[in-house]
Ligand binder design. Structure first.
Ligand code: FES
Ligand code: FES
Length: 164
């Protein structure tokens, strides 16, 4: 009997491009993105769903890439921080993070930006309590969160005003 780990071929859309790869069935989505596709903006911290560093968008919803298997991404649409950044969609949020000093080491930032992007997607201003609730499960060891909430609130208000 062979001890070789079974593999499966998957196809998914990543940052707008169709990607096909053959992966061991126990490969996490995070490892697939980082090691197979070279998308290292998806960070790995706890690897057990606690820190939020590995957050990506799957079919438009935030997921923890360390908790999913790559095979579960078969047929889905994945967006990582690289894709969101290239789209230009995060430019105002990134500027607000810079202005507010909402990052230091940056390890948590790509995941938080994608969660903020999802929170802000309807263009509504958000209450600070809603922002804090939305950031539950994102651990930032540097900033104390206040500046992150400030930055997201700034952009929520700005986008809401722009859509009036
Ligand atoms: S690395 Fe996925 S939640 Fe921490
Ligand atoms: S900026 Fe360092 S962990 Fe958040």
């Amino acid at each position: 009997m062979s001890d070789a780990e079974p593999v499966r071929t998957i196809t998914c859309t990543v940052n707008g491009g169709l990607r096909t790869a053959t992966v061991p069935v126990r490969t996490s989505l995070a490892d697939f993105l980082r090691e197979t596709l070279g998308l290292t903006g998806t960070h790995l911290g706890c690897e057990e769903g606690q820190c939020g560093a590995c957050t990506v968008l799957s079919d438009g919803r935030t997921v923890r890439a360390c908790l999913l298997l790559a095979v579960q991404a078969d047929g889905t649409v994945i967006e990582t921080i690289e894709g969101a950044n290239t789209s230009g969609r995060l430019a105002d949020l990134q500027e607000a993070f810079h202005v507010r000093g909402a990052l230091q080491c940056g390890f948590c930032t790509s995941g938080i930006l994608l969660t903020a992007d999802a929170m802000l997607s309807e263009g509504n201003a958000l209450e600070r309590a809603d922002i804090r609730a939305g950031l539950t499960g994102h651990i930032c060891r540097c900033t104390g969160y206040q500046a992150i909430v400030d930055a997201i609130a700034d952009i929520g208000a700005a986008r809401s005003a722009a859509s009036d």
